[in-house]
Design a protein around this ligand. Structure first.
Ligand code: AMP
Ligand code: FE
Ligand code: FE
Ligand code: ZN
Length: 285
């Protein structure tokens, strides 16, 4: 159980690749004793209203957010965005383009897998929600349903591996453009899990400095996927560039072992984040 009153700034619902609806997720956050939870579905804000409604009367605060996909060379870099205007033209256009690209990319991956395994596009659609952001986790769930793999993690380690023969990339803006778009929409950008195993050298200091110049607010250092060496390096960068340090679970319901509140953010950091965000406001239920 997380400490009572904790702040968890990174969670996913069935609007993207979490397994719980925004309502179920908010209820789980209340039961876990969290004080504040941010809903950060991949490339979509479609869960915000449901999450606010579900928080009503619970005493829980919901911070509206999103995890924006960006591409940095061959690497997929995730940018958390908080408190931006969900109707901002730039954000609406780029997220629509990413979701559309993800859909066609998933179809391509499924076509390739279907040559070797019994799997259809309808199987994948059955695992996702209408209009939601499609990703490999939905293909993983379809593979599990067909009995080809035991769970999502097993699917990612084998059939869905990014170095595997079925993999395909998808369109996303550069991290710099992502940060600029978020800031323009009144939002607060935080680099998600920047020191994931095998990838933490990807983002060189010069690029971090450019992101800071464009308005980067913080680094998500307390996250289970960041390596210990990487965290040390991230702390140095946070100090040097005066970046906020956040921590969060990256909860995906039953889709990942990550539990709500397993990593948290300090109240002072949340205060600064809320002061910096001008495109939307937290909802206190
Ligand atoms: P995609 O964005 O379609 O390339 O899929 C990446 C998503 O899959 C990430 O957002 C993660 O939430 C999820 N993911 C990555 N690795 C795993 C894993 N080993 N087990 C479960 N989910 C994973
Ligand atoms: Fe995810
Ligand atoms: Fe991520
Ligand atoms: Zn995430």
């Amino acid at each position: 159980m997380p400490q009572h009153g904790s702040i968890d700034l990174h969670t996913h619902s069935s609007v993207s690749d979490g397994t719980e609806t925004p309502t179920q997720l908010v209820r789980a956050a209340a039961v876990a004793g969290l004080d504040t939870v941010a809903l950060t579905d991949h490339d979509s804000t479609a869960g915000w209203h449901e999450a606010f409604a579900a928080a009503s009367g619970t005493g829980l605060t919901v911070v509206p957010g999103m995890e924006l996909s960006t591409n940095f060379g061959p690497a997929s870099v995730h940018m958390l965005a908080y408190l931006f205007d969900p109707t901002d033209g730039g954000i609406v256009a780029v997220t629509a383009r990413i979701r559309d690209g993800r859909l066609h990319r998933a179809e391509k991956i499924v076509t390739r897998i279907a040559r070797d395994y019994d799997l259809t596009w309808a199987d994948v659609l059955a695992q996702s929600t209408d209009g939601g952001t499609i990703g490999r986790p939905h293909i993983a769930d379809a593979l599990v349903a067909r009995g080809h793999v035991a769970n999502r993690s097993a699917a990612f380690e084998t059939i869905l591996h990014w170095r595997g023969e079925y993999y395909e990339k998808y369109y996303a803006p550069s991290p710099i453009d992502g940060v600029k778009m978020i800031v323009k929409a009144g939002g607060v950008p935080v680099l998600a899990h920047p020191a994931t195993f095998g990838r933490y050298r990807v983002m060189d200091e010069k690029t971090i400095a450019e992101l800071v110049d464009s308005g980067l607010f913080g680094l998500e250092i307390h996250h289970r996927d960041n390596t210990e060496d990487g965290k040390v390096r991230l702390y140095e960068l946070a100090e040097k560039y005066r970046l906020a340090v956040t921590g969060s679970s990256d909860y995906h319901g039953e889709g990942k072992p990550n539990r709500l509140g397993e990593n948290t953010t300090a109240p002072e950091v949340l205060e600064r984040l809320v002061a910096a965000g001008t495109g939307s406001a937290p909802y206190s239920g």
